[in-house]
Design a binder for this molecule. Structure first.
Ligand code: UTP
Length: 288
C-alpha cells in the first residue's frame, strides 16, 4: 500500500477546556469509550492514512502513548482472560505508524503543520484537527481525498456553510466556480468581519495538502491572533495552482469545548446500542 501521511496538530493549549485540560490534554478526554485522539486516527486510517504525524508540545506525550503498543498491559489482560479489553488495547496500539514532532511554542496552526515538513517529504498528505469528530456515512477526510483525486491531486479544503454572523470564527472561502459540492477557491481570509466576508463558506479542520504548502508557510507572517495561520499559507498558493473546497456531507461534532464535548457524547451515546440505555437511565446511587 502507498505511504500516506496524516498530520494531526495537537500542540495547542486547550484553554477553552480549562480546568479539565490543566494536566490532561484535551485530545485524551474520552468520548464514549475512547479518547478524542483515537476517534481522529480512526477517521484518518479509514481515509487511507498509513502514517500519523502527531504535532505535540512538550509534556503531551501521553497522546502518542495511547497509540503505541503496550506489551506489559496486553500480557496482564491476557493472563486475566480479559479478551474484550485486550482486543481494545491492541486495536488502539496498532492503528497506524506514529511519528511525533514537536512545536516549540503554540505559534499557530500554520506553524504546527510546518513542523511536520521533514517527516511528510514530497507527497500530498492529509491534515486534520482533532477538535471535531466527523460522523456520517462517509468520513470527511475520505470525501476530501476523493476530491483530491478528482481535481488533479491538488490541495483540498473542507467547507461548511455557517450563519453569516458566525463566519468571523473561521477561515472564509471566496469561490468563483461550483461543480456540485466542489468549489474552486479564488481567495481565503482568516476570521473576516461578517460585513467583509465573501461567502458563508467556512473552512473546517480537514485538509488534503501538497508539499508546496511548506514553503508557503515559511513565507507566511503571523496573521489573525498573532499566529501563523494555515489558511494564510494555503492562500499563498492561489495563483500558482488550483485549490478546491468541498462542502462535505455529514456532521462535525465539537469536542474542544465543555458544552460541545457534552453534546457530542450525548448524541453519539443516543445512537449507540451499548450506551443509549445509560443516557436514559443513569445508574445513580442515592442514599435513602
Ligand atoms: P485551537 O485553537 O482550536 O486549539 O487549534 P487550542 O489552541 O488547543 O485550544 P484553545 O483555543 O486554547 O481552547 C486547533 C488545533 O490546532 C492545534 C490544536 O492543538 C488543535 O488541535 N494547534 C493550535 C497547534 O497544534 N499549535 C498551535 O500553535 C495552535
Amino acid at each position: 500500500m502507498d505511504l500516506r501521511h496524516c498530520v494531526i496538530p495537537a500542540a495547542g493549549l486547550g484553554t477553552r477546556f480549562l480546568p479539565a485540560t490543566k494536566a490532561v490534554p484535551k485530545e485524551l478526554l474520552p468520548v464514549l469509550d475512547r479518547p478524542v485522539i483515537q476517534w481522529a486516527v480512526e477517521e484518518a486510517v479509514a481515509a487511507g492514512a498509513t502514517d500519523i504525524v502527531l504535532v505535540l508540545a512538550e509534556g503531551k506525550e501521553a497522546i502518542a502513548n495511547h497509540l503505541l503498543p503496550d506489551p506489559p498491559l496486553e500480557r496482564l489482560l491476557e493472563e486475566r482472560g480479559k479478551r474484550r479489553e485486550l482486543e481494545a488495547v491492541r486495536h488502539a496500539g496498532h492503528l497506524a505508524n506514529v511519528t511525533v514532532v514537536y512545536q516549540a511554542e503554540p505559534n499557530g496552526l500554520g506553524d504546527a503543520v510546518l513542523c511536520a515538513a521533514d517527516v511528510v517529504g514530497e507527497r500530498p498528505f492529509m491534515c486534520m484537527l482533532p477538535d471535531d469528530l466527523s460522523v456520517g456515512a462517509k468520513p470527511a477526510l475520505t470525501q476530501l481525498w476523493e476530491a483530491h483525486e478528482r481535481h488533479g491531486r491538488g490541495p483540498i479544503i473542507a467547507l461548511m456553510r455557517v450563519p453569516r454572523e458566525d463566519i468571523s470564527r473561521y477561515g472564509c472561502a471566496d469561490v468563483d466556480l461550483t461543480e456540485g459540492r466542489d468549489h474552486h477557491v479564488r481567495g481565503l481570509v482568516e476570521k473576516p468581519k461578517p460585513a467583509d466576508a465573501k461567502s458563508d463558506l467556512a473552512v473546517m479542520g480537514r485538509y488534503v495538502l501538497t508539499p508546496d504548502v511548506f514553503d508557503a508557510l515559511r513565507a507566511t507572517p503571523p496573521g489573525a491572533l498573532g499566529e501563523v495561520q494555515l489558511t494564510d499559507g494555503i492562500a499563498r498558493l492561489i495563483g500558482s495552482r488550483d485549490i478546491w473546497g468541498v462542502e462535505f456531507e455529514g456532521r462535525l461534532l465539537d469536542v474542544g469545548t465543555p458544552a460541545g464535548w457534552l453534546q457530542t457524547n450525548l448524541q453519539l451515546a443516543s445512537d449507540d446500542g451499548e450506551f443509549s440505555p445509560a443516557v436514559h437511565a443513569a445508574p445513580v446511587r442515592e442514599a435513602v
